[in-house]
Design a protein around this ligand. Structure first.
Ligand code: FMN
Ligand code: SF4
Ligand code: SF4
Length: 379
């Protein structure tokens, strides 16, 4: 697993994630057996959705009874979920439970019963009417205060929290992302619907949480688009067959072993997200860097000092023959440049190591940009 950590640097719930490909839940379908059949090709899986209180279990029965959708049905969620978790013991797939509950108390109780070995994913996604009427699924997206109450309750139980949401339902996805960050969520698992990378970038630029991008990501090209606009993982539901998953896993691994940073952003002026500040020039011209810095609340001088101090005594410091006298201002490896390449060579770096250093620099920049956690206006 150390090899995976060196390759992707991904940790969820204190566990190394083998590959940034996850399984997204499908009620009545995605359970432990389903995951185990695909385990060699995925790094994380969200089983469910499982209903966890009388109100949502009743809603699940109503949905299943209507005939066109499957649901997981049982009388008591604790033994059912314990059984699923036991089946997953020994697997290296990081497990999440996609849960439908109608009160914060229901989520708190299930977390107390099942413990912290799994990720708790709040289903704020389901648009089936009985679930919305039960006060969960999409209901949460139009009632963010209720959703934040659930996040807070789960965090109070000391567990890792993911929120599965559908883009374009909340009044403002950026604001929702910030609120969820303030309430303590760890992961946003976003069904991007038809909004694609523009929406992903907005969310990436609003919070530092781990992002899982979802919806129709069935090819390496689609996954790469998501990674280069802010996704930490991609997830699949409908087309999560072993052939598609194996192909994705292999292509992402191959790309990373060649390039060094699997989810490196596009340059800012090519539509990259905020992590792309790591590839930005010195702030000396009129370009997209200036409004971006303004949005982050950082002055040009602060940005300059931040990058220079982060590069100090690292191999990014040198580079007198580059445009701005240091590799810290240099472009992404995919932009051809003989001056940068010459410097990299002189520094004894490989292009992959250069990208790794740029990744570390982007993490430093992100910590500065998202230094102040938004005030959590708990009711
Ligand atoms: C039959 C079916 C059941 C689903 N059930 C759930 C669910 O219980 N909880 C949830 O968060 N999302 C659920 N989803 C949404 C998927 O996890 C996913 O967000 C959506 O299908 C888009 O991803 P895809 O294009 O990879 O399928 C379901 C989707 C389908 C098709
Ligand atoms: S600073 Fe350079 S890389 Fe960044 S947006 Fe401006 S021109 Fe593009
Ligand atoms: S030297 Fe090359 S890589 Fe560095 S900033 Fe100039 S153009 Fe970009």
């Amino acid at each position: 697993m150390m090899e995976s950590f060196e390759r992707f640097g991904l940790i969820i719930n204190d566990t190394i994630v083998r590959t940034p490909v996850a399984l997204a839940s499908m009620a009545g379908i995605v359970d432990a057996d389903y995951v185990l059949a695909r385990a060699p090709h995925v790094g994380a899986a969200f089983i469910g959705g499982y209903s966890i209180d009388d109100t949502t279990m009743e809603a699940a029965r109503a949905i299943a009874g209507a005939g066109d959708r499957k649901e997981f049905l049982y009388d008591d969620p604790v033994p059912e979920l314990t059984n699923q978790m036991n089946k997953m013991k020994g697997s290296d797939v990081v497990l999440g439970l996609n849960l439908r509950g109608s009160t914060p108390g229901a989520f708190g109780a299930i977390a107390e019963a099942l413990g912290d070995s799994v990720v708790y994913e709040i289903d704020a996604h389901c648009r089936q009417k009985p679930m919305i009427d039960a006060g969960c699924g999409e209901f949460f997206l139009t009632h963010p205060q209720e959703l934040c109450n659930v996040v807070r309750t789960l965090k109070g139980a000391g567990v890792t929290v993911s929120v599965k949401m559908r883009a374009g339902v909340a009044a403002d996805d950026r604001l929702l992302a910030k609120k969820l960050w303030g309430a303590g969520a760890d992961i946003l698992h976003v069904d991007l619907m038809d909004f694609g990378i523009a929406k992903l970038r907005q969310i990436r630029n609003s919070c530092p949480l781990m992002l899982i991008a979802n919806n129709s990501i069935t090819s390496f090209d689609a996954a790469k688009e998501m990674f280069s606009h802010g996704a930490d993982l991609v997830s699949l539901a409908r087309k999560a067959d072993t052939r598609t998953l194996a192909g994705l896993d292999a292509a992402i691994t191959r790309y990373t072993d060649e390039q060094g940073w699997y989810n490196s952003p596009k340059q800012l002026c090519r539509g990259g997200d905020i992590r792309a500040l790591t590839f930005c020039c010195m702030p000396v011209k009129d370009c997209p860097l200036i409004p971006t810095l303004k949005r982050t609340g950082m002055t040009k001088e602060e940005f300059l000092a931040l990058k220079m101090s982060a590069a100090k005594n690292t191999q990014l410091e040198g580079g007198q023959h580059t445009c701005f006298g240091s590799l810290v201002w240099c472009c992404k490896m995919s932009s051809p440049c003989m001056f940068r390449d010459m410097t990299i060579q002189q520094e004894g770096l490989t292009s992959k190591e250069y990208m790794r250093l740029k990744r570390e620099l982007s993490e430093t920049i992100m910590s500065r940009v998202f230094h102040d956690v938004p005030h959590d206006d708990a009711g």
